[in-house]
Design a protein around this ligand. Sequence first.
Ligand code: ATP
Ligand code: MG
Length: 467
Amino acid sequence: MSPKARIVVIDDEVNAATALETLLKEDGYEVASAHDAHSGLALIEQNDADVVLTDLRMPGMDGLQLLTKLKQARPQTMVILMTAYGTVKNAVRAMKNGAEDYLSKPLDVEELEVVVERAIEKKRLIEETRQLRERVAEKYKFENMLGESPAMLHAFKTIRQVAPSSASVLLLGESGTGKELFAQALHQAGPRRTRPFVKVACAALPETLLESELFGHEKGAFTGATNSRAGRFETADGGTLFLDEIGDISPTVQVKLLRFLEEREFERVGGNRTFKVDVRIVCATHRDLPKMIADGAFREDLFYRLNVIEIRIPPIRERLSDVPLLAHHFLREFAKRNGKEVRDLSDDAMALLLSQPWPGNVRQLENVIERAVVLAEEAVLTPTHFPTLRQTLEVSEASRSVKVAIPGSSLASIEREAILRTLESIGGSTSQAAKILGVSPRKIQYKLKEYQRGTGAVVARPRAKKA
Ligand SMILES: Nc1ncnc2c1ncn2[C@@H]1O[C@H](COP(=O)(O)OP(=O)(O)OP(=O)(O)O)[C@@H](O)[C@H]1O
Ligand SMILES: [Mg+2]
């Protein structure tokens, strides 16, 4: 019995309520009582009750009405109904409406104690399960992003930390690593989520067009400007402006952007009205900005303004432990979207996925799985469903540079690395890998399953140093 559980007793018969209160207090509970449903509801809220014992027949709001109200407002509170007029019909209705149990008056003390204890225990279990589920969901999923590698969990944490502020964020990552998804997550997880998220693909527009796209223009600013027009900065007021491919903007636009970041104001092209807006800037690039600065192609002062917080999204080859999670996620998604019965990946297929260099990162993985699912006629994907992937491999240059740190890694991580890298070097044959490693093929298969389920040790990779 948990002595601290809080109980509220509601009965219009004052003596009955008092007797019950005394009895339950002696059992070690925190108890309060009320004599009508309305004050009972207030008491439940005030005490944050775990369990409510309520009479069924009461003047005004009766026990069933109270039950309905309570289950809407506080579904976590357990309700036990008591009645002297106990009929099967009432009991059934009460249980259907979410009552935990039913006691008939006069109360049998022993039965009462058992029923109350059971309700408390059940509530505790529900609460525990919910917390556990939340923790798991929180760990591997953030907004629409999945990841369980240390690098991604670290990135999720950073996003949670910086989302509430308005500080500029620079997202660095190769093509297809999820920069746009991160930018959206930053917006969604922060107080600006109800305001616009505006994306500008900077590389897609020539210099003059980009300038007017961002800052707007006044009538007559250039040939063809027959009307004045607001730019994206104005559209994004109160929200987030995502400048994709920031490394591709011209010196003129760089100057204007710098001014905005310093003074939070700008003029439209061809105008002298000054606009002030409240916009959070999130930028992304796959370019090496420090190198561009050294080459004189990007302003250093702008770089520091944009780079208040830098988030580097590692390429897939530096976080292979995310591959099983992502692959299964995409498999389920595309199977559902295409009405296919594809359920799983064979161990060989997973080994093949784990052996690829993935230059196109998550986007490439997503496309490869989509193609396989769409064309598959079997329920389980095998290496033959991935004809575009390299089936036999020399160890890729990229993966060769990724190693577990010794000392510094757990034995499980080292084992995992040994298995995955051996598989990789021989093109995914589990029997051959077993021979090389001197273990049974069953052990390799078992381990691969474990990694797929995500229960295996996560490979601790040294984080790449920032430039
Ligand atoms: N962690 C992740 N979990 C689930 N899906 C992801 C994840 N990362 C990326 N994706 C998916 O991969 C695809 C590419 O992501 P996104 O467009 O954000 O990448 P990017 O870095 O902006 O690419 P590019 O450099 O080509 O612009 C998208 O379909 C996205 O939904
Ligand atoms: Mg992008």
